[in-house]
Design a protein around this ligand. Structure first.
Ligand SMILES: [Zn+2]
Length: 330
């Protein structure tokens, strides 16, 4: 929206017989064509206003997948270019040409494809002139996105699921991780309270070879368990290197457990986990009505654990650490 301050500045510029220019765009995935376009626009006036479509406006025109870069970031980018004298974010449901009619620029800078010849004549009513520029680069943001998508798709197909021998390695890794888990939590196999032996046994079904997390609960007269599952359809590189994509695509044991239980309205039983849940799982469990979490392993020095504990406290969830020496209440 146009601020009062900017409106006043525009009036002053006009009073001083200087030229106000207006250029508009989405400026999503800012590229060379955008920069050239803005610089050309700057040459044509003394005071350049850069208008930027809001996220909602772009979504409406180009679909849910756009913009790639959110509004705040696009705004800051344009601001830091230090070319514009004023930046305006265009809301989604603005009447046609509202900004142009309000600013009444001495020069409206436009790309040929965006306006018909008829439009350009009509726009002359509200502008000193319309400067129509050709496209400033071979590609557009949409082209770039198409290319990235094609490349990603190719890469995905090349780098598909692990090969059979890798699967064996993964299985061995899981078993090793389960042994490590036993050591970490200090239960050596004897005198383990229920359901710790089952939790550990189920951990072997996990496909995560570093954190074979199990979640379980006693519901409807029986125990239910679920484990962390890795998404093997992500590129092999991400699997091997446990990248952000890897972590983002792991199915967490807690979520899987809830799925397994089906349509449960309220889960008013303690949930057991081998590893303290992440903050997102805490939220999902809290939303399901879980009031108590009993866990075996935790890493209180890690940021994720701190976040999770804070969130659990916020939701009033009772936290119990189960150790060989007894239960520790938080
Ligand atoms: Zn989680």
């Amino acid at each position: 929206m146009l601020s009062e301050e900017l409106l006043e500045q525009i009036a002053t510029v006009k009073e001083n017989h200087k030229k106000v220019g207006l250029v508009q765009g989405s400026w999503d995935l800012f590229h060379l064509g955008h920069l050239r376009y803005i610089l050309k626009a700057k040459e044509l006036c003394d005071f350049l206003i850069i208008a930027m479509d809001s996220d909602a406006k772009i979504r409406k025109r180009k679909g849910e997948s756009r913009p790639v870069i959110p509004e705040d970031e696009r705004f800051e980018f344009i601001k830091l270019l230090n070319i514009a004298n004023g930046i305006v974010v265009k809301p989604v449901d603005e009447p046609k040409w509202n900004l142009i009619k309000t600013v009444r620029p001495d020069v409206l800078i436009a790309i040929k494809e965006n306006y018909s010849d008829e439009d350009i004549v009509k726009l002359g009513e509200f502008c000193g002139r319309v400067a129509v520029l050709p496209r400033q680069a071979e590609t557009s943001t949409s082209d770039k996105i198409r290319k990235i998508t094609i490349a990603a798709d190719k890469f995905r197909r090349i780098a598909m699921a692990a090969e059979p021998n890798e699967k064996e390695d993964i299985k061995a890794g899981v078993l090793e991780a389960v042994e490590k888990l036993k050591k970490t939590i200090g239960f050596d196999g004897a005198n383990m309270p229920d359901p710790v032996p089952d939790l550990i046994e189920h951990a072997k079904e996990s496909t995560d070879w570093v954190a074979p997390v199990t979640a379980g609960c006693f519901y409807n007269q029986k125990w239910h368990f679920a484990t962390n599952q890795v998404d093997f359809s992500i590129p092999r590189y991400d699997l091997k290197n446990r990248t952000e994509l890897f972590y983002a695509t792991i199915e967490h044991a807690e979520i899987k457990l809830l799925k397994r239980l089906g349509e449960v309205e309220k889960l008013d039983v303690p949930v057991w986990v081998t590893l303290f849940p992440c903050d997102r799982c805490i939220k999902v469990l809290a939303d399901k009505g879980v009031k108590e979490i009993r866990y075996l392993e935790d890493h209180p020095e890690r940021n994720w654990s701190k976040r999770s504990h804070e969130r659990a406290k916020k939701y009033g969830i009772k936290l119990v650490k189960v150790t060989p020496d007894g239960e520790i209440y938080e």
